[in-house]
Design a protein around this ligand. Structure first.
Ligand code: TSX
Ligand code: MN
Length: 609
């Protein structure tokens, strides 16, 4: 395509404006075809940025710089006119000041590079729940990832039409090249203090500069489908959530769809692709990261996965933890910051087998492999945030209807976190507002996987949205309360809190997790049918003794069930104190009264038990 194929005056004017500002050597309008993907990937291989993998057809390994390996929350900004609208959990910045600063950075920033224009759709093209974006970038890596992760091409320009809406997303790696200079195989990016991942919620616009990695650079994902989409969802009465989407089928062939929000390091992608342990049950994937949900005319919420691929954390992914993800990334995949084996395959810690011979680590250094699949902290061969990018339709357990433009009707929302104590295996909210309360208190134990002085403490991550809400999180809670008033209890999803991570006094996990979580999903499924499988407790509905299917569980796992399905009164009273003193006060007058009430109700229930 060329610029003359662009009939939408607003898009054309914007491209020309950015071209004038960034002064690239060339302009390329992306059509998302295989030929385009292959050409751009070859450019990456020729410039030394990508390595073709002999053992994985049409797959490539990239190594970033050590200074550009993850989302940078400290450089992520919500540029609303008023600071209060960004709220207590976001980094606010004045939009006028920010535009001045970033315009300076963008001036001439694409010298020596090609400016790519990526028309993309979040969600099936033409679905009433989908939205369109246009990303301008100077990174071939970004274009190739966007082709896997979203729907790219002329069909999107056609869907936007001559005067339709789109979210403008501007991205540059922030490394202009001098005359005749090339990257020489070095990942281009800017210094930390010049990185900006900026959302303009009032203008529905994204400006990103200085990072080429993941959510900082693939602007359809966290920046659009979450931060900007939460703002659109608030204004238009729907939900944009950091949730996986599952299809469950029981032995009778009945189907239900559930979505679930989990903080990082809880195994959300593993849950999305789970292989059930109970006979006759089937679990399929609709999405592993983001759900957009709108009310249908029947008063039910319908969800789409706005993405078309998986951008998953590689380390820890094995035949045992997630066979389906490995399968999805068998070919046509991009690997970032994984280790490279002598025979031209990738390797990472927790892949399930030791590597042989020498490995090239994520920093490009050749080192002898260890005789195990773990490495000491700081000496990993694959970066702990190394990624695979894989097309969703290559996942063996992808549900046939994953691209249905209507979306799938949702019966349940799951919330979860990594909680070694207090929070039981599963409990169900008594009503919508109680469920919103559970979402608002989501938290996860800080694991040793991140460098933090908070290891072992609970870090609150309400709705697993802490870094992804484009406006005041207190107002976001209120939006959730309001959504519950738009339908009736029989049609709204039932809300559950799950915890796969309870530990005993010796620090051993008390629940086998992984495929055995299907036992909990089955209980939830039956709850949604109103089956008499629960008891009413101080914290909500919990499994009746014997209601969790234990067929095939070990005796030890069976013996643990009473302890992880009972109410820990003292633990919950401590939890309430922490919420009252440390969590809810952050939101000030933006905290919905309904949530303060829920806290009082819970405290009363516990004191009366
Ligand atoms: O992803 C996980 N899930 C969800 C799976 C569908 N993980 C990995 C978390 C890090 C990303 C889990 N880890 C889960 C889980 O349900 N549970 C646990 C804790 C656990 C770890 C090991 C064992 C049992 C529980 N047992 C053995 O290794 C034998
Ligand atoms: Mn995510």
């Amino acid at each position: 395509m060329t610029i003359s194929d662009i009939k939408n005056a607003k898009i054309k004017a914007w491209i020309e404006e950015i071209e004038k500002l960034c002064t690239p050597d060339a302009l390329h309008i992306c059509d998302g075809t295989k030929e385009e993907y292959d050409t751009l990937m070859k450019k990456c291989v020729d410039s030394g940025l990508a390595t073709p993998l002999k053992k994985k057809p049409n797959s490539f390994l990239f190594r970033s710089l050590p200074s550009d390996v993850a989302r940078v929350e400290a450089r992520t900004f919500i540029a609303s006119r008023k600071e209060e609208d960004a709220g207590p959990t976001n980094h606010w910045i004045d939009p006028v000041e920010l535009k001045k600063t970033m315009t300076k950075l963008y001036t001439g920033c694409m010298k020596g590079r090609t400016m790519y224009v990526i028309p993309y759709s979040m969600g099936p093209v033409g679905s009433p729940i989908s939205k369109n974006g246009i990303e301008i970038t100077d990174s071939e890596y970004v274009v190739c990832n966007m082709i896997i992760m979203t729907r790219v091409g002329k069909k999107v320009l056609d869907a936007i039409g001559p005067d339709g809406d789109f979210v403008p997303c501007l991205h540059s790696v922030g490394k202009p090249l001098a005359e005749g200079e090339s990257d020489h195989g070095i990942w281009p990016c800017a210094d930390m203090e010049n990185k900006y991942i900026s959302q303009f919620p009032e203008e529905h616009t994204i400006w990103s500069y200085g990072s080429g990695y993941g959510g900082n650079a693939l602007l359809g994902k966290k920046c659009f489908a979450l931060r900007i989409a939460t703002v659109l969802a608030r204004d238009e009465g729907w939900l944009a959530e950091h949730m996986l989407i599952l299809k469950l089928t029981n032995p009778k062939g009945e189907v239900k769809y559930v979505t679930g929000a989990f903080p990082s390091a809880c195994g959300k992608t593993n849950l999305a692709m789970l292989i059930p342990k109970i006979p006759g049950w089937k679990v399929e994937t609709i999405g592993d990261d983001i759900a957009w949900m709108k009310f249908g005319s029947d008063g039910r919420l319908y969800a789409i996965n706005p993405e078309a691929g998986f951008f998953g954390v590689a380390p820890g992914t094995s035949e045992k933890s997630n066979k389906n993800a490995l399968e999805a990334a068998r070919e046509n995949a991009i690997f970032t910051n994984c280790a490279l084996t002598e025979d031209g395959d990738i390797w990472w810690e927790g892949i399930g087998y030791p590597a042989k011979g020498d490995l090239i680590d994520w920093k490009g250094i050749k080192r002898p492999a260890l005789p195990k699949d773990k490495s000491p902290k700081g000496e990993e061969f694959a970066h702990p945030n190394a990624r695979f990018t894989a097309p969703a339709n290559q996942c063996p357990c992808i549900a046939p209807e994953w691209e249905d433009p209507k979306g799938v009707p949702i019966s349940a929302f799951l919330f979860g976190g990594r909680r070694p104590s207090t929070v039981p295996l599963v409990h169900q909210a008594r009503d919508w507002n109680h469920g919103v309360f559970l979402g608002s208190i989501v938290g996860s134990e800080v694991t040793a996987a991140v460098i933090s002085d908070q290891v072992g403490q609970v870090r609150r991550d309400p709705f697993a949205m802490l870094p992804f809400c484009g406006y005041n999180m207190g107002d976001y809670f209120q939006h959730w309360i309001n959504i519950g008033k738009k339908s009736t209890a029989d049609k709204l999803p039932k809300i559950f809190y799950v915890n796969w991570f309870r530990k005993d006094d010796d620090g051993n996990f008390m629940w086998p997790g992984y495929g055995d979580n299907s036992r909990v999903l089955a209980w939830i499924f039956d709850r949604c049918d109103g089956k008499d499988n629960a008891v009413d407790t101080a914290i909500g509905y919990m499994p009746k003794p014997g209601a969790i299917n234990t067929e095939g569980l070990s005796e030890q796992d069976k013996a643990n069930i009473p302890a992880i399905t009972s109410v820990d009164k003292e633990g919950w009273l401590k939890e309430i104190k922490d919420i009252r003193e440390n969590h809810y006060p952050k939101f000030g007058k933006h905290l919905p009264k309904e949530l303060a009430d829920q806290l009082d109700i819970l405290e009363n229930n516990l004191k009366n038990m």
